[in-house]
Design a protein around this ligand. Sequence first.
Ligand code: SF4
Length: 456
Amino acid sequence: MKDWRESSVKAKFWTKTGTNGRVNCHLCPRECSLNKNQMGFCKVRGNSEGELHSYNYGKSVAATEEVIETEAVNHFMPGARILSLGNIGCMFTCDFCQNWQTSQVKHLDPSVVQFYTPEQVVDMAIKNDIKVLSWTYNDPVVWHEFVYDTAKLAKEKGLINLYKSAFYIQEKPVEELIEVIDIFSLSLKSMDPEFYRDITKGELQPMLDATKQVYKSGKHLEISQLLITERNEGEDDVRKTVQWILDELDASVPLHFVGFHPAYKYLNVKRTSKERLLRAREIALEMGMINVYIGNVYEDEMADTKCTECNHTQVKRFGLTTEIVGLTKDSMCTNCNHPSSVKFPFMGTEERANTNTSWDVVSNKDYTWNEEVKSLHLASPVDSNECINLQVRHIGTEIHRNYILGDGGLSRVIVSRSTAEESGIEVRWDKKTKISFMPVLDRAHFPIAETVDEVR
Ligand code: SF4
């Protein structure tokens, strides 16, 4: 197994300070000042003999096929299949992090690290008919050089780039991102500076400034806020967030209040209650926000998109399952013909074209949904290079979907509960190869084990 720290590339956004080889990193606002051979706070950038290097260039967790709603994006290509890419390290150390096994390098199991080039990532998306690359999970900020190079290449090949981030980042790198990223899904953790200082070990204001920079650029922007039990779920917190969006952005920016599950060191609390999430949405609507959604609640009417003119349902959602029911291809309401702010409906939603439709079932396994688990990553062994045809039947519904694992290195796909009536899934595939069923506890969670014990 390769050691991910053995290789590095010269980083961007740094300066030498003094004559003793000390450097300052200017990627995130933390501004680490590093002596020779010292690593930064994120543990993936460091001083290599007087130069700042990125140690995680092209070092990723397994690229995974998901859907765009996984990333708290409801107004751009609803239901589109995406290729999710996460790396290692983070500029924050939140004690509630759901991806702590990859974001906090001290907990990293090196065997989960995959090695990709920009060309491999783009080829993987194209081979699998996926139109969106999603830079996600731990946080893409600390992967900047690889994200930029790959996103630039992807854009040249006609792909769309989505950036899901807590966005603790400086102005110059944001300028670079704006060149290549089409969709920003930014996670504002709280409007309380103390929350940032105490829990993330960062600062609030730079995140707000970077978000305004994206907004002013005109790029597609959606904001999400995880409502964390006994931390930031109060009505005043919600009002402050909404007021800031109304003052500095505008009422039409899609806003997602997202349910939290206990994770990492913040375990002795409950999940966010549905009532809290509903109240947050009610407050935001009362204050004038137009597009407000609830995330991580698998029930009807939590995240539907309605016409702002006639209230006709345009996109129905259940968890991560999307059905466009009231929009034309050019995004007009089918009831009143009013233009919708949902961009490119019906694009990128098709299953991967599969010429091999007749295959024999060699293996099968069922899974029953439960209170805790409503989505799974189905994963082939990362070192397997055979193509596996998979069919997933959603029990209690008419839904069957086909997937292919292994083509171009794609080794995971997300599958989720699609209706209230659905009890589970039946999975069949055409090889003896083991497929792992890895519980995804919430959106943008990258599981690294088959059980949920890792986070409880
Ligand atoms: S990106 Fe990493 S090394 Fe650079 S300032 Fe932020 S935490 Fe420090």
